[in-house]
Design a protein. Structure first.
Lengths: 488, 60
């Protein structure tokens, strides 16, 4: 292993983050402090936590990869995500807040019935568990590329560190560290972008000694590419942009990992405002990461688009590159923490306490919230080390959140929205999604040309509307909670 | 040969960013004008249907 400035910066940053997470420990007295930070978070904590969680591997390394291949049309990814966050703030946050929910499945109980709540709980836990494994793999890959460590050990170290810091104070840990994450993302990545544009682009052979986007355009032109197309906001085509919008709009308003910080807001006004502020915070990210992806293409640093951002940062001034890598690291780590925490919240609160042990008290829940963070964190780290790649495809279960969004939206605004429709739309979306992802019995994608999230959204919409129209509401329609909860 | 270039994607992104900031300012003004109890007026249709049918909604 070679000790580089990038590695030193990363190690210091890693220790600082874990220290901040543990520092939040004194804030925790009961389960509500762990799960929703005692519902006392202000506008800054909620908005930066939402933004930091949302800016993960897809928003950084993924956008640089798309820009490397297809140009700066990738800016629509964050524009669409911002629209999803704004939609949540405008139209959803206060409904969740009115019932003081801790998890999204819990809200499905209020809207529908017990079976919808249980189905949503199980699907969320499975989906987020797999997604934690995927994101831990991405985080471990970044560490491995910077440190030269073995990938499996990098994944394990990151997984254990994440688990330890979440064990300390749950949502408080995430809120505390999110401020540091946001500062790192918001300073490290634009600083690296500025350095690349000002100092690295003029050094390219074909740039004509000019910096900025003009130099980048010259360099792209010099290697036979069309800079006008690559720098057009429409370089990806209409269908991809539509896919981004469907992903943002269907993906965010019922995504526990992104919106649970809004549940921890001090009041409903902050719960509504914070996602709108988060939308502003995430918007410019693809300008910075996408431009560095294009630079990697112009400089011919790699032929592998997935490495575009990492290789750019490893090839510039080591201090600036190190700070930039810390920014990417912050984006990845905040997403892993958010997803792991969301998974553990639903597992501990909905499945473990309310469903399986409804008679137990708050102390028991606090203990088991921590135990589930431990179980999910460590098992995900080992899963990321050992799972074969084919199993990683199971992350499509995460696309089920579009079915959740359909259930929540119809429950809010359609009086005929029926509990059976909510249940069956989730179940059929899961079955239909599995068939689509694994080509059972035929390759649906070659016929429909839809992203898995779009397919799941469409399927749940159709099932929900049809079942609602053919089901009648009666006073017996919605089943109630188990007897142990009714007594309490 | 380009010597000065502000690409279209940058203009578009900055315009969208400006719009978002204006929306946030207006939304903040709107939210803080609302009375604190206005959240009570938010009625989800599915919950209202349950209420009309006499199905009690228990606090979880």
């Amino acid at each position: 292993m070679v000790i580089t400035p990038q590695l030193i910066i990363l190690v210091i940053y890693f220790i600082l983050i874990i220290f901040l997470g543990i520092l939040a420990m004194k804030k925790v007295k009961g389960s509500e402090d762990l799960l929703v930070a005692g519902r006392s978070l202000g506008l800054m904590y909620v908005s930066v936590s939402i933004a930091a969680e949302y800016m993960g591997g897809l928003g950084t390394i993924g956008t640089a990869e798309v820009a490397f291949n297809q140009g700066m049309g990738v800016i629509w990814y964050h524009i669409a995500s911002s629209c999803g966050l704004m939609l949540f703030g405008f139209a959803f946050a206060h409904y969740y807040r009115k019932y003081n929910v801790i998890t999204v499945p819990e809200y499905l109980y209020y809207l529908y019935d017990v079976k919808s709540w249980k189905a949503a709980s199980i699907l969320n836990v499975i989906g987020y568990w797999f997604f934690t494994i995927i994101q831990m793999t991405a985080l471990g890959s970044l560490i491995a590329s910077v440190t030269g460590f073995d990938l499996r050990w990098s994944v394990l170290i990151c997984g254990v560190a994440m688990t330890v810091y979440l064990l300390a104070a749950g949502m408080w840990s995430v809120a505390f560290t999110s401020v540091a994450f946001m500062l790192t993302i918001g300073s490290g990545i634009p600083l690296a972008f500025w350095w690349v544009m000002k100092h690295e682009v003029p050094l390219l052979t074909n740039s004509g000694g000019v910096g900025g986007f003009a130099g980048l355009a010259n360099a792209l032109s010099g290697i036979g590419l069309n800079p006008d197309h690559l720098m057009s906001p429409f370089s990806l085509g209409f269908m991809v942009i539509l896919g981004y919008f469907l992903g943002g709009v269907l993906g965010i308003p019922a995504a526990q990992a992104t919106i649970n910080y809004s549940f921890g807001a001090r009041n409903w006004k902050i719960a509504r405002l914070a996602p709108v502020l988060a939308a502003i915070l995430i918007l410019p990210l693809s300008i910075w990461t996408g431009s560095m992806g294009l630079y990697a293409r112009a400089a011919e640093l790699t032929t592998n688009p997935k490495l575009a951002l990492g290789i750019t940062l490893m090839n510039i001034n080591p201090i600036i590159g190190g700070i930039g890598i810390a920014g990417i690291f912050a984006a990845l780590i905040s997403t892993v923490a958010g997803i792991l925490f969301a998974c553990a919240s639903i597992m501990a609160k909905d499945v473990w306490q309310r469903w399986l042990h409804p008679e137990k008290d708050d102390k028991y829940l606090a203990l088991w919230t921590r135990l589930w963070i431990l179980i999910i964190g460590i098992s995900s780290a080992f899963g990321a080390m050992t799972l074969p790649k084919i199993l990683q495809q199971a992350y499509f279960v995460y696309s089920i959140r579009s079915a959740l969004m359909i259930c929540v939206a119809f429950g809010l605004w359609w009086k005929a929205a029926h509990p059976d429709a909510a249940f069956w739309s989730m179940i059929i979306t899961l079955i239909g999604g599995t068939m689509y992802q694994f080509n059972i019995p035929i390759n649906f994608e070659s016929i429909f040309h839809l992203h898995i999230a779009e397919w799941c959204g469409l399927l749940s919409l159709i099932v929900f509307v049809i079942v609602s129209l053919f089901s009648k509401w009666t006073s017996q329609t919605a089943s109630e909670l188990p007897p142990m909860i009714l007594k309490r | 040969m380009y010597t000065f270039l502000v690409p279209e994607f940058l203009k578009l992104d900055l315009i969208v960013w400006g719009i978002l900031i204006i929306i946030f300012i207006l939304f903040t003004y709107y939210i803080y004008k609302l009375p604190a109890n206005s959240i009570d007026n938010c009625q989800a249709k599915a919950i209202e249907t349950k209420r009309k049918l006499g199905i009690k909604i228990y606090k979880m």
